[in-house]
Design a protein around this ligand. Structure first.
Ligand code: HEM
Length: 439
């Protein structure tokens, strides 16, 4: 403690506006177990006492209430998304040298692009995401899901992440992007490195390994893009962009295409894989509601929305203030970096009644912020919902009697933003499979 003897002021205890940082704010650890296990619970104190606070650990302002998180998403001019994919943990010189050796130059895509470039690009590229255009993916998704379930349906026990929830959304993502089949296996290997690179806290030794994978991912993405350029008539969202490039070279730049080739895989894959894992876990933990959707599959779309609210795969996103402003009455200086925590917003009792109860009949579940909000709102939301619904339809039909393996430890990749258990063990009695009982 500072005595009367004029101890120097401890600047780590002051926020950038010179106000003291509370003990709770100083203790907040976005890479710690409490946040990884239950981000909304770990920030309950903040929603109640200090809804916008400065975290010295992170160097970010943390925004926790529903209305404030939504207001930040809504104003993408005052709160620029340009830092959305910046490394949250700066790399060592050695790791940066590895990236440089690979020519790594990840740049703006959509999610981190400012206006007016963002809207021009989004409008030019959005058509393949409409429900009508996505309809032809549906049979592909269903076939993939069925083939995967076939492999373990008689086993009686499976880690659903390892057996299908990782691979199916990745395959769908690569199909959607238009990646040739022969490149899929290679791209699969790299995608985890990107999450750690962007939202994790790797040690200096880990950083070098992560940089090596990310660098190779970048180079390989460039090679796949070159292949697409040879034959831009191929199906998929990336060839669609390549075909538009001659008409609008300033909007669809080379740098955009290369960056999106890499970022698009993560945007479409990790998100949906984690979302489905979280949803299956939640529904099986709330058995009565699982049984309701088994009895009436018409409830599945609502169940998907409630699971996205309760346990979305992206728990926090980032913005940077472009001017002096305020959030919920708290002064925020220009240049302030913000961690806006959707998981906390989605459990804000000021907006959702009994937010910590899963309720597939909740009438405002669809107001969750898991897909963001406003002009950057997730373009892939219809694709993600379709995948989640089909996966739930197939499980409720073929393995309605499955249950979580009791007492399993759920583990998470330490990072601020992408959340879902690394394994999900379920078990069932294959003798009771409906397909056998009723051939
Ligand atoms: C943007 C979440 C699946 C493509 C975003 C954003 C979030 C998000 C939070 C930023 C929104 C904002 O800044 O307001 C999710 C979740 C998913 C999912 C939770 C799965 C459950 C997908 C899929 C694709 C996709 C399958 C397909 C390619 C995109 C794109 C953007 C985006 C292109 C940038 C949009 C823009 O800035 O204009 N997503 N996403 N996402 N997502 Fe998703």
């Amino acid at each position: 403690g500072a005595g009367a003897g004029g101890c120097p002021v401890d600047h780590s205890r002051l926020d950038p506006t010179g106000r003291p940082v509370s003990a709770d704010a100083a203790a907040f650890d976005p890479f710690g177990e409490a946040y990884l296990r239950d981000p909304a619970g770990a920030l309950r104190w903040a929603r109640d006492q200090e809804p916008v606070f400065y975290s010295p650990e992170l160097g970010y302002w943390v925004v926790t209430r529903y209305e404030d998180v939504k207001a930040v998403f809504r104003d993408n001019i005052t709160f620029s998304p340009s830092i959305a994919l910046e490394k949250i943990t700066p790399f060592s010189d050695e790791a940066n040298a590895v990236l440089k050796a690979h020519g790594y130059a990840m740049d703006r895509t959509l999610v981190n692009e400012d206006e007016p470039a963002h809207m021009l690009r989004r409008r030019a590229l959005q058509e393949p995401f409409t429900p009508e255009k996505l309809a032809h993916h549906e049979p592909i998704v269903r076939r993939l899901v069925r083939e995967h379930v076939d492999r373990f349906v008689d086993a009686g026990r499976a880690d659903l992440v390892a057996e299908m929830l990782y691979e199916v959304p990745l395959t769908v993502a690569l199909h959607f992007l238009g990646v040739p089949e022969e490149d899929m296996a290679t791209l699969r290997r790299y995608s985890v490195a990107h999450t750690v690179n962007t939202w994790g806290r790797p040690s200096p030794e880990e950083q070098v390994a992560v940089a090596e994978s990310v660098g190779r991912f970048w180079q390989y993405s460039g090679e796949v893009l070159e292949k697409m350029r040879q034959d831009p008539s191929m199906p998929g969202w990336m060839p669609y962009g390549i075909r538009l490039q001659p008409e609008m070279p300033d909007v669809i730049t080379d740098s955009y295409l290369h960056s999106m080739m890499m970022a698009g895989i993560v945007a479409a894959h990790e998100t949906t894989a984690l979302a489905t894992t979280n949803a299956l876990r939640l529904l099986l933990e709330n058995r009565a509601q699982w049984e309701e959707i088994c009895a009436d599959q018409g409830l599945i779309p609502a169940a998907v929305e409630e699971c996205l609210r309760f346990s979305g795969p992206i728990v926090a996103w980032r913005r940077i203030a472009t001017a002096d402003t305020e959030i919920g009455g708290v002064p925020i200086p220009e240049g302030a970096k913000l961690l806006i925590v959707q998981a906390s917003a989605n459990h804000d009792e000021r907006h959702f009644d009994d937010p910590d109860e899963l309720d597939i009949r909740r009438d405002n579940a669809g107001r969750h912020l898991s897909f963001g909000y406003g002009s950057h709102q997730c373009l892939g939301k219809h694709l993600a919902r379709m995948e989640m619904q089909i996966i739930l339809e197939e499980f409720t039909t073929r393995l309605p009697h499955m249950r979580l393996v009791p007492d399993q430890e759920f583990t998470y990749l330490p990072n601020t933003s992408f959340r879902g258990p690394e394994h999900l063990w379920v078990e069932w009695d294959p003798e009771r499979n409906p397909e056998r009982a009723d051939p």
